[in-house]
Design a protein around this ligand. Sequence first.
Ligand SMILES: C[S@@+](CC[C@H](N)C(=O)[O-])C[C@H]1O[C@@H](n2cnc3c(N)ncnc32)[C@H](O)[C@@H]1O
Length: 223
Amino acid sequence: MTVVAVGPGDPRMLTLRGRQALESADLVTGFKTVLDVVAEWCGNAEMKPMSYRDQEDVLEYTAAQAADGKKCVVCCWGDLNVSAAELLARVYRRAENVELIPGISSIQMACARSGIAMEESLFITLHRRDGSESALSELEHYLGEGKRNIILLPRPFDLMPAQIAADLVTAGISGDRPVTVYQRLTLEGEQAWNGTLAECAAITEEFSDLSIMVFPRPVGGNH
Ligand SMILES: C[S@@+](CC[C@H](N)C(=O)[O-])C[C@H]1O[C@@H](n2cnc3c(N)ncnc32)[C@H](O)[C@@H]1O
């Protein structure tokens, strides 16, 4: 089995190696939104979309096909090393030999758009099974420390940018702190919102589930 990370949404962001793996695949699986990104590269492969409800069954079927000698590809969004551990674990439970083909993450796109360097940044995700409390307290801690830019993946749909900003201000982070929210990076309708934490907390319009927040390191912050 091969896991191909498809990039942040625009099909042109798929790597050449990922495209080769898809072109020679017998079976390609992944969540429907992910398969839509790569459909044009999948040649005659059997396309097997999965949902949260049937993912175990679909992966079971995929593993059986792989054991039969078929070339099977599981697709994941963005990069496979970024907030995708659960899907990878499900694949590893069923296959010993797994090739991983990385992709471009939404966090790399956010860095590219905002011009910040990864080595001066910290990445935190609220997409966590074990609850988001520890991630939120880490976020407060590192924002307070001010040494690094922070790139944050909100949690659709209950911990989105306005709520996160409001919680941070309540926790004592200055409402004047700048923040950028990127929505739908590389996709149609891509947007960037810039403002302060207090302004973000006051936003009542809904954010896309494809949203990412960037908190730049304060000017003159520690290096
Ligand atoms: C479960 S995580 C998977 C991240 C993915 N593996 C990656 O590398 O981008 C999904 C979250 O990533 C962020 N995301 C993914 N693609 C995005 C995009 N095109 N624009 C903005 N945020 C995106 C959103 O916060 C979304 O809820």
